[in-house]
Design a protein around this ligand. Structure first.
Ligand code: IPE
Ligand code: IPE
Ligand code: MG
Length: 242
C-alpha cells in the first residue's frame, strides 16, 4: 500500500476528517448524489487502512451531521442503508486488523438496524488496542456540548459536584468519547473553509488542512501530503515557542 516515509513527528496521534464533496463528485459526473456516497465509502475504506499503516492511533471521520437530516428524504434514507450495509460488510476485516470501532453522536435517534450494526461493531472490537476508528454519525458539536451540560446539571442537582467545581476537565469528561485525545490534524476535503459543527470542543488547537479534492477522489497519497504539512507546523497552544 502506502510507503511510510514520514518522519515520526509527521504522524499525528489523532487525525479527524470532514469527508465532504460526495454530492458534487456525483453531480459533476451526471450521477445521483447517493452514488457519490457509495464512492465515498470505498475511499473511506482505503483511508482507514492507510492511516493505520502510517501509524495514526486515532482516526475520526464525520459521516453524518446533526444538520444532515435537512437533506431530501431519499438521500437520508439512502445514507442510513449505506452505513448499515457498509458496517456489516467491513466488520470482519476491521476485526482482522485489530481496529477498534467507536461511534459518536446521538445514536438512539438512528434507525434501529443501523444502531444494531454499530453496537455489534463496537462490542466486537472494544478490547482492541490497534487504531481507534471513530465514526461521527448524527453528530453535532453543539449537541455534544449540550448533552454534556445537561449531565453536569444533573450531577449538580444530585449533589455530586458543586457549581464552583465545574471546569474544563469536568466538561471534557462528559463528551461522547472522553478517553480519546483531541485531534491534532483536521482534514477537510472539497474546499469549504468551515467546521460545519464538527468536534467544536476538541478542535480548539487542531491543525487544519483543506484540499479542494472531493472526498471520493481522496487518496492515501493526499493523506501523506497532509501529514507532511502537519509535520512542518509549529504548534504553540497559546504559548511562545522560539
Ligand atoms: C459529504 O458529502 C457526505 C455527507 C455530508 C453525508 P456531501 O454530500 O456533503 O457532498 P457535497 O458537499 O454536497 O458535494
Ligand atoms: C459536513 O458536511 C458533514 C459531513 C461531512 C458528514 P456538510 O456538507 O454537511 O457541510 P456544509 O453543509 O457544507 O457546511
Ligand atoms: Mg457537503
Amino acid at each position: 500500500m502506502t510507503q511510510p516515509s514520514l518522519s515520526p513527528n509527521s504522524v499525528p496521534t489523532h487525525v479527524a476528517v470532514i469527508m465532504d464533496g460526495n454530492g458534487r463528485w456525483a453531480r459533476s459526473r451526471g450521477l445521483e448524489r447517493i452514488e457519490g456516497h457509495w464512492q465515498g465509502y470505498r475511499t473511506l475504506k482505503r483511508i482507514v487502512y492507510a492511516a493505520d499503516d502510517l501509524g495514526v492511533r486515532y482516526l475520526t471521520v464525520y459521516g453524518f451531521s446533526s444538520e444532515n437530516w435537512r437533506r431530501p428524504e431519499g438521500e437520508v434514507s439512502g445514507l442510513m442503508s449505506l452505513m448499515a450495509a457498509a458496517m456489516r460488510a467491513e466488520i470482519e476485516e476491521l476485526v482482522q486488523n485489530g481496529i477498534r470501532v467507536r461511534v459518536i453522536g446521538r445514536i438512539p435517534d438512528l434507525p434501529p438496524d443501523l444502531q444494531r450494526e454499530f453496537e455489534i461493531a463496537m462490542e466486537r472490537t472494544r478490547h482492541y488496542t490497534g487504531m481507534t476508528f471513530s465514526l461521527a454519525i448524527n453528530y453535532g458539536g453543539r449537541a455534544e456540548i449540550t448533552d454534556a451540560v445537561r449531565r453536569i446539571a444533573e450531577a449538580v442537582r444530585d449533589g455530586q459536584i458543586d457549581v464552583g467545581d465545574i471546569n474544563e476537565a469536568e466538561i471534557a469528561r462528559r463528551l461522547y468519547a472522553p478517553d480519546i485525545p483531541d485531534p491534532d490534524l483536521l482534514i477537510r476535503t472539497a474546499g469549504e473553509l468551515r467546521l460545519s459543527n464538527f468536534l467544536l470542543w476538541q478542535s480548539a488547537y487542531a491543525e487544519m488542512w483543506v484540499t479542494p479534492v472531493f472526498w471520493p477522489d481522496f487518496t492515501p497519497e493526499l493523506l501523506m501530503e497532509a501529514l507532511e504539512a502537519f509535520g512542518k507546523r509549529t504548534r504553540r497552544f497559546g504559548a511562545v515557542v522560539e
